[in-house]
Write a protein that binds this ligand. Sequence first.
Ligand code: SF4
Length: 483
Amino acid sequence: MKVLFTHSYFYRYDPKQWKDKRPYPPLGTIQAAAVIREAGHDVSLFDVALKEGPEEILEIFEKEQTELLVIYDDGFNYLTKMCLTNMREAAFKMAIWAKERGIKTVVCSSDSTDHFEKYLDNGADFVILGEGEETLRDLVQKDLDPTTISGLVYNSNDGSIRNAPRSVLRDLDALPLPAWDLVNIDEYAEIWRKQWGFFSLNIATTRGCPFKCNWCAKPMYGNRYNSRSPEHVADEIALLMEQYAPDHFWMCDDIFGLKPGWAQEFNKVVNERELKFNYKIQSRVDLLLKEDTIDALVSSGLQEVWVGAESGSQKILDAMDKGTTVEQIYEATYLLKKKDVRVGFFLQFGYLGETKEDILKTLEMVDDLLPDDIGVSVSYPLPGTGFYEKVKGDLIEKANWTDSDELALMFSNTYLPEFYKQLHRYVHKRYRRKQGIENIKFLLKNPRNIDKARIRSAVATLYYIPMSLVEWTRLNKTEKEVV
Ligand code: SF4
């Protein structure tokens, strides 16, 4: 069968990310493409990540005589987990155009798993619910007869039919390596190098997360946690380094190296094979409290960890069922900094019950710990979560953001949505101001240091000091509109 793979994450439709210039290839998409190619089918990729819009696909339909269009999002990338409506609409367009040409379409994404009816109403013939490779392979092998294939929902004369669910894959090493050859890697490398002076590629070493933060949606890989073997991961790293020479990897797992002993074994394999690279991971503060674990990670190339700090208020962490403590955030950050690992904090404002006092605790925590970077968001209820169940009555008018910078608070809370948008602006300015002041102090103590990033940050204080005051005044004005 002639199978055309695509996905719906257009960086240009997400202005904040497009401006940020850190694009990653659609890893989940090329992983699925590799599975279908291994099953003997003729596979190609229309990678929309860096495209202007979906229209180019029309030419490909003509040229390639596509039999099946697979819109398969990269479920490893948190951006696709945000289920943004700009991307949903682009997926609808491609599916509708395919239908008009008699081409069958199957969709697999977080958003289509949550809202399969919308996709079936907008051109899709089949929607895969959750992890997709095996379901897709069965569908293609059975000549698109969906009747006995678990994990699938599809239209019939009697409405949509939802087959039995499929359990998640356990043996991840049995999958072929992603079809990296289908991606124009040079386009990505050029953007990275021009903007950042280095090039990063993405790798997934695990699937799923067993923790239960009650706002975290996991429609693709769920609460199970399965790992590839360290050898299998090292094989892919070696191949990517040889073929594309990235300077850095983003291990895009929800939680990297959770399986006991995995990080140590990975370190051993990487060092035995003399693979030298830097990498960034996501993890939890409660998993980063042991020096020997951090030593193993650092020895294998760990450069940066992003942790879901979320809040400096224990009350809010508990309300989120985060399972971590504010003390652990402090302890893990001190330890990582001691080992020269960069630390990024994901912060979340606007969770149910959050008051100004809780917000101030978060701001104080950021001031105290001064992570190397912060990512600020507001609480976003996605289907399948306990949090969503609590507020779904408020989501009639709007349930998804258009792009990752919309940050609209879509449910009733302590303050009006504008307050949280303003808070986001204030937190960034305040953080950069504090960072700049610390860099000024450092440079005064170390006058011979010519670290350009520190000097830039110190100079930028001239901008951030007045701007943080302006944003603080604006914040206080919006705060008056308490519901
Ligand atoms: S630890 Fe991270 S991925 Fe796991 S449930 Fe919590 S927020 Fe989600």
